[in-house]
Design a protein around this ligand. Sequence first.
Ligand SMILES: Nc1ncnc2c1ncn2[C@@H]1O[C@H](COP(=O)(O)OP(=O)(O)OP(=O)(O)O)[C@@H](O)[C@H]1O
Ligand SMILES: [Mg+2]
Length: 169
Amino acid sequence: MMEDLSLHVLDIAENAVAAGAQKVDIRIAEDEKNDLLTIEIEDDGSGMDEETLRKATDPFFTTKKGRKVGLGLSLLSQAAKECDGKLEIESQPGQGAIVKATFRRSHVDRKPLGDMAQTLSALIAGHPGVRFTYAYRKGKTKQYVDTAEMWADGFWKTVAPGEEDEQKV
Ligand SMILES: Nc1ncnc2c1ncn2[C@@H]1O[C@H](COP(=O)(O)OP(=O)(O)OP(=O)(O)O)[C@@H](O)[C@H]1O
Ligand SMILES: [Mg+2]
């Protein structure tokens, strides 16, 4: 069902957007020395009270209307546990949330990271008003992208009706 970690990331980031986040930070770190893979998703949304936090990883808990199950966090928790890792959630009402999942990187059941570019483009295209940052660390190398840079002058082109449009799309 969830073949890749990138799909879990998409799911957890969608939770953040559903919680009204304006900024979602996605951090992935591969630490070969300590045989660890860490995924962290931080948002500035509505956050969770103690009771919600307690139930959040229960597959039969959701606050979505018309739904009976809420699988996002429970599936990620399960995936982490299967790889000698765990899921931790830090949150307070009005203070956003930090969801952190750890995995033993070399564990045979550890899912591949998958296509993070696809996850990011789905998030960006689906939620144009939300700022996403993505940091990927492996050893001493760090890659970083911040969609706020796309809003800077000249990056996104806006063509008003009647204006000359060079781009035939
Ligand atoms: N980042 C977050 N901020 C605030 N509340 C959250 C956040 N993530 C999860 N929650 C709360 O935890 C509940 C469970 O989340 P989970 O992802 O497991 O299921 P879901 O989002 O309800 O349904 P599904 O992921 O299956 O579409 C959510 O309904 C929501 O109330
Ligand atoms: Mg969810």
